[in-house]
Design a protein. Structure first.
Length: 139
């Protein structure tokens, strides 16, 4: 293993741990929301698993993007910080996209009527044809 591989692998391991911890934290409320939106547990479990893949692997793709130049001589901690910066950017992006997507499917309540606003009067209904006919003969 080269000297550049150790910080890279440590950064990947820390990014993976952070992503898994984030998903495990979000999973219970996510599953409740998805059960409400999907209507049953099986559908919600699928979308929760799908979300887990996105929340874990998108940040890892970002973390894999970071490469160390050969012979850079940068301190170990800065190499980790740069790689984790990419991973956390991917994590934030995937969580925001997940929240935005789910938020689009949450039904909104109709706006409540304000008691201080008066409604215009309802238009008068036209008389039924048989009433018009009866009134014309009863004259």
């Amino acid at each position: 293993m080269t000297a550049a591989a150790l910080p890279f692998l440590c950064g990947l391991a820390l990014a993976l741990a952070a992503c898994l911890a984030t998903f495990l934290y979000l999973r219970p409320p996510l599953l409740q929301i998805l059960e409400d939106l999907c209507g049953n547990h099986a559908r919600a479990a699928f979308w929760a698993a799908f979300s887990g893949v996105a929340v874990v692997f998108v940040p890892l793709i970002f973390a894999l993007h970071m490469r160390l130049a050969a012979g850079a001589g940068e301190p170990f901690v800065f190499i980790l910080a740069r790689q984790l910066e990419w991973a956390f950017a991917g994590l934030v992006l995937s969580v925001l996209l997940l929240g935005w997507t789910i938020g689009r499917f949450i039904p909104r309540e109709p706006p409540r009527e304000r008691p201080d606003v008066r409604k215009p009067p309802a238009p008068a209904l036209a008389p039924r044809q048989d009433e018009v006919w009866r009134d014309s003969w009863s004259g």
